[in-house]
Ligand binder design. Structure first.
Ligand SMILES: Nc1ncnc2c1ncn2[C@@H]1O[C@H](COP(=O)(O)OP(=O)(O)OP(=O)(O)O)[C@@H](O)[C@H]1O
Ligand SMILES: [Mg+2]
Length: 439
């Protein structure tokens, strides 16, 4: 008997090692499911999600029998039914619990008077009770929520989903729910990527360059940190600005290009470049800006005009670019209004948000402010030991914890070299001689 149990245990252990996913679906999840349902009343009560209700209950009370018989046998008692009002703890009703590769989803019907925020507040307690990495309140219809439990952090070792991507789609890494992290510029055209130093901004830029390099798109870089970040990718860039003067000229060209595209669209009765006949459709342009503050900071008053021009041009590109195939990725340690008057308006155009670890809560607030407060909590909890972990939000208001795959500079450089033949020259792109040196 002992031998059979030992063999079964060894078999299960080997299964869990050999194919963890099928083990999860076949063995571990059913065990968890039974435990979650059986312990739910105690867990809900411990997490302060149950409510106390007064109810009528039938109880069996022991009544000593007084009388002759009782005098002769002191211990005679009689059981009597009584109806009493008692307090009972009632846990919220659970719906179906469904497995995911990293945990499970569980529907919960809210008690009257409860709001999803009650569950957001209780999420950490629930995670401890269920012995999982995290519990997130996913989506809610009136009166219902879905809890997503994640057993272990899928962002520890990140490998981005491979395979060819559609045009203007980048899959830099994974989301906390195990799904691929998808940046689709045609859905969310402009992105703001913030984070303290060494938080993973440049890594995400590397991942983006590596993913876009094989696609028929033009890439443009603004790198006012002296060009150290983007110069190695110059073979795949159609233009690169590394000084303020170059930036002003390049942005002017870019605005001119957008206006030209607008005129073509108007002529053909198209609302955007995707509605143009294929032969006329201009190549999409993805603009990467590293450390945007450098574009706005001025050493002295003489630079004021240039800074103002830069701000206005960037804002115009952002406003018009989405329809005419010019997309922005703007990185910075903070992109606050202290940088200049145009920055708040620019930020409003950047509907895609990626907030890495930040040093001050205001930066997280600025990046994720109008989202669920839980997103801010999660962003503030990102540890320095996990660079690349970020809170990612698209324009539909949903947010995720995510992490890009590690992409070294040399990998991105290699991709830039391998696909250099796909880089249209800036002169060809804008149809005239460039003001600045094309890369
Ligand atoms: N997704 C990731 N996975 C693993 N390691 C990462 C990831 N992102 C960044 N790192 C590590 O963190 C280091 C710093 O990242 P990165 O250079 O991207 O930071 P940054 O935000 O651009 O910093 P700075 O503001 O100083 O330019 C990288 O050298 C890399 O080793
Ligand atoms: Mg950097």
């Amino acid at each position: 008997m002992l031998g059979v149990s030992a063999a079964a245990a060894a078999g299960l252990w080997a299964w869990s090692r050999w194919h963890p996913l099928s083990f999860w679906y076949g063995v571990a999840f059913p065990v968890r499911l039974v435990r979650v349902y059986l312990t739910w009343r105690a867990v809900a009560s411990g997490c302060k999600l149950a409510r106390t209700k007064r109810a009528w209950r039938v109880t069996l009370d022991a009544i000593p029998v007084v009388g002759l018989a009782a005098r002769s046998a002191a211990s005679v008692v009689e059981q009597k039914r009584r109806v009493r009002r008692v307090s009972v703890e009632q846990a919220p009703r659970l719906g179906l619990m469904l497995p995911t590769p990293y945990g499970w989803r569980l529907r919960v019907r809210l008690h009257d008077g409860q709001v999803p925020e009650d569950y957001v507040k209780a999420a950490e307690r629930l995670a401890h009770s269920w012995r999982v990495h995290s519990v997130r309140v996913l989506k809610h219809k009136p009166g219902r929520i879905t809890l997503l439990a994640t057993r272990r952090d899928p962002l520890i070792d990140v490998v981005a989903g491979g395979g060819p991507a559609d045009l203007l789609v980048v899959r830099p890494g994974v989301l906390e729910n195990g799904e691929p992290w998808v940046i689709d510029f045609r859905t969310v055209p402009h992105w703001m990527i913030v984070g303290a130093t060494q938080s993973g901004k440049s890594n995400l830029a590397n991942a983006t360059i590596k993913a876009l390099a094989p696609q028929p798109v033009a890439l443009i870089g603004f790198d006012l940190k002296g060009g150290v970040e983007f110069t190695p990718y110059a073979p795949r860039l159609s233009a690169l600005a590394t000084t303020r003067k170059e930036s002003v000229d390049l942005l002017e060209d870019l605005v001119g290009e957008v206006e030209q595209r607008m005129a073509v669209c108007r002529e053909h009765g198209a609302r955007n470049i995707w509605k143009l006949p294929e032969a006329l459709r201009p190549v999409p342009v993805v603009v990467l800006v590293d450390e945007v503050a450098e574009l706005f900071l001025m050493a002295d008053k003489s630079e004021k005009d240039e800074v103002a021009k830069t701000g206005t041009a960037l804002l115009r590109v952002a406003q018009l670019g989405r329809a005419f195939g010019v997309f922005l990725i703007i990185c910075g340690q903070r992109i606050g209004s202290d940088l200049g008057p145009g920055v708040t308006a620019l930020r409003a155009q950047l509907s895609g948000r990626v907030c890495h670890r930040v040093n001050d809560p205001e930066t997280a607030n600025m990046a994720l402010g109008d989202l669920d407060p839980a997103a801010l909590e999660v962003a503030r909890a990102i540890a320095p030991e996990t660079p690349g972990v970020a809170v990612v939000a698209g324009q539909d208001g949903t947010w995720h914890r995510a992490r890009a795959e590690y992409v070294s500079e040399s990998e991105a450089e290699q991709a830039a070299r391998d696909f250099s033949h796909l880089a249209p020259s800036w002169a060809d792109l804008i149809g005239r001689l460039p003001d600045i040196d094309a890369a």
